[in-house]
Design a protein. Structure first.
Length: 292
């Protein structure tokens, strides 16, 4: 889910491309052409922007939160080193395309419950047939359970039902299975969305801190201050994170953000309790103004 960090005014692409509309399990899917970039499209579900894809340049990431995840894909291992990556939530496969372009020979699994959406994206925004990307049309936890122990260098969670993260993907039990699938040096990365008073975000920090030794979180300053609903990108691992370089990249972004970690991040969580399956709830519904 992406809100006001998406580009504006994308209705008709270069060369006269027009929007493509289809019905998928999650609602009305629309591919909106990018008037600034030939061959680029934004995927919306029921009007909520989900992904942006540039078929001519898959290394281009249009949404700020996806650029932040892209920085983490860049930093998790030396440049060009192939990775094993699990993507929970497929959208238009933007981050899988980015990984394939920036780290050739990577092996990737995309788990996307909406089979009709998978077919819609494959038809209109086909994946590079040379990319080693397998797509499973199942629930995220069902797909994650099929990942071999210790296989993944990265598990990226970017799952939204409409504009909300489902409750069963917010719990300690979910993170236990993420840890099982990760290599000892692997990272968990999650796109989180919340607004004032940031109760969901604080609880997700506490939940991750109960399972991982190191955390960092990137978000817009206005989101940090609880002034606006928006995206935050969490990274968690059991090894030291390159916080200084991640911070530099996030701060120098066209849509600058701030990174917190360590004691400052724990203080921000403010004593929030980890979330268990039995008490988990979906992330909050964003206000309509987020997508205007």
């Amino acid at each position: 889910m992406a809100g006001k960090d998406r580009n504006k005014g994308k209705q008709r692409g270069r060369g006269g491309a027009e929007a493509v509309v289809g019905q998928v399990d999650g609602g009305r899917a629309e591919l909106e052409p990018d008037r600034e970039r030939a061959g680029a499209w934004t995927l919306l579900i029921d009007g909520a922007p989900q992904s942006h894809v540039d078929l001519a340049d898959p290394a281009h990431l249009d949404f700020a939160y996806q650029r932040r995840i892209g920085h983490l894909i860049d930093l998790v291992a030396p440049a060009r080193q192939p990775l094993n990556v699990v993507h929970l939530g497929g959208g238009a496969f933007t981050l899988a395309r980015y990984t394939a372009a920036s780290r050739p020979r990577s092996t990737q699994q995309v788990v996307e419950i909406d089979a009709a959406l998978v077919a819609f994206v494959r038809e209109h925004l086909p994946l590079d047939p040379q990319a080693r990307v397998r797509v499973r049309a199942v629930d995220a936890r069902v797909g994650l359970a099929k990942v071999p122990d210790g296989w993944a260098d990265l598990v990226i969670a970017d799952v939204f039902s409409g504009a909300r993260t489902p409750a069963h993907l917010t719990s300690t039990e979910f993170l236990d299975d993420v840890r099982r699938a990760l290599a000892p040096t692997g990272w968990y990365v999650a796109n989180l969305a919340d607004g004032p008073p940031l109760t969901h975000l604080r609880s997700q920090i506490a939940t991750a801190a109960s399972r991982f030794a190191e955390l960092a979180l990137a978000a817009d300053p206005v989101v940090w201050r609880g002034k606006r609903f928006g995206n935050a990108v969490l990274v968690a691992a059991d090894r030291e994170l390159p916080v200084a370089e991640f911070t530099r990249r996030v701060a120098s972004d066209p849509h600058p953000g701030r990174v917190e970690h360590g004691r400052a991040l724990a203080d921000f969580a403010g004593g929030a309790a980890p979330v268990a399956d039995a008490s988990a709830v979906a992330s909050p519904q964003p206000p309509p103004s987020v997508f205007r």
